[in-house]
Design a protein around this ligand. Structure first.
Ligand SMILES: [Zn+2]
Length: 254
């Protein structure tokens, strides 16, 4: 079971790091999954997603990671010490700088799998003057089905420890407003975090987000997007046949 999880994490990572997709190059991006025993696996710092193997993931203590996030501030040296001290195997590689963000997503995001990348298409929008605004309304139904109706947004924050605190604040506000967790957290001037129930759920969501972003960019060369009326987006979210289709998409790609 545990080995299967780790193998699926490798699969997710390699999909995220595929060169033809442009979602993450070099050491960009990171992925994680819960282990089911109070720990989670997260990509090691500097490892390439596209060439990931089991050895590129470090098992860390979830509760200890969250205790660090609850502290008011940590120096750069204290962050390195914290990352070392939460490892289960002291000989394992240093976990990613975003290990604390993954801890927050896995404990507060109602998900078991997390993927983060820097896709060219998504960053073209998140690094523009518009930031995450183009994503706040919908332009076609399948995005609602695969990615969800609403999304969390975090303005640019120093990656790592401070970002984890900002993501935690953003998730609690989102859950308060919508009574559920988002499937995508847009980090402006940085990239998206995808929260999923399975490794394929994370891949599907990123794939649809990538397509959506490319279409939005093209829309802006053709007079701007024509957004769906709000009630139509809500209707897609609530339709029983779309709920069925959403379930089938998840099952068929498992
Ligand atoms: Zn990043």
């Amino acid at each position: 079971m545990e080995n299967e999880r780790l193998d699926n994490l490798v699969t997710l990572s390699r999909e995220f790091g595929r060169e033809d997709r442009g979602w993450a190059i070099l050491g960009e991006g990171n992925t994680s999954t819960l282990s089911g025993k109070g720990t989670y696996y997260v990509k090691a710092s500097g490892s390439r997603l596209g060439e990931a193997s089991r050895e590129d993931f470090t098992e860390v203590n979830l509760k200890k990671a969250l205790e660090y996030v609850a502290q008011s501030s940590l120096s750069d040296e204290q962050v390195i010490h914290a990352l070392e001290s939460i490892k289960i195997d002291p000989m394992a590689k240093l976990p990613s700088v975003e290990t604390f963000v993954h801890a927050v997503c896995l404990s507060e995001g109602n998900c078991e799998w997390v993927g983060h990348g820097h896709p060219e298409s998504v960053l073209s929008i998140l690094c523009s003057e518009m930031g995450a605004k183009p994503y706040m309304e919908h332009i076609f139904p399948d995005v609602v089905v695969v990615c969800g109706r609403h999304f969390a947004v975090v303005p640019y924050v120093d990656p790592g420890f401070k970002l984890a605190q900002a993501v935690s604040d953003s998730l609690s506000k989102f859950k308060n407003d919508h009574s559920c967790a988002p499937k995508i957290i847009f980090l402006e001037n940085h990239g998206p975090f995808i929260l999923g129930q399975s490794h394929t759920d994370v891949i599907n969501t990123m794939q649809m987000l990538d397509k959506w972003s490319k279409i939005l960019i093209t829309n802006h060369t053709l007079g701007g997007p024509r957004y769906l009326p709000e009630h139509e987006s809500n209707r897609i979210e609530e339709r029983l046949d779309e709920a069925y289709r959403r379930k089938r998409i998840l099952e068929s790609s498992e």
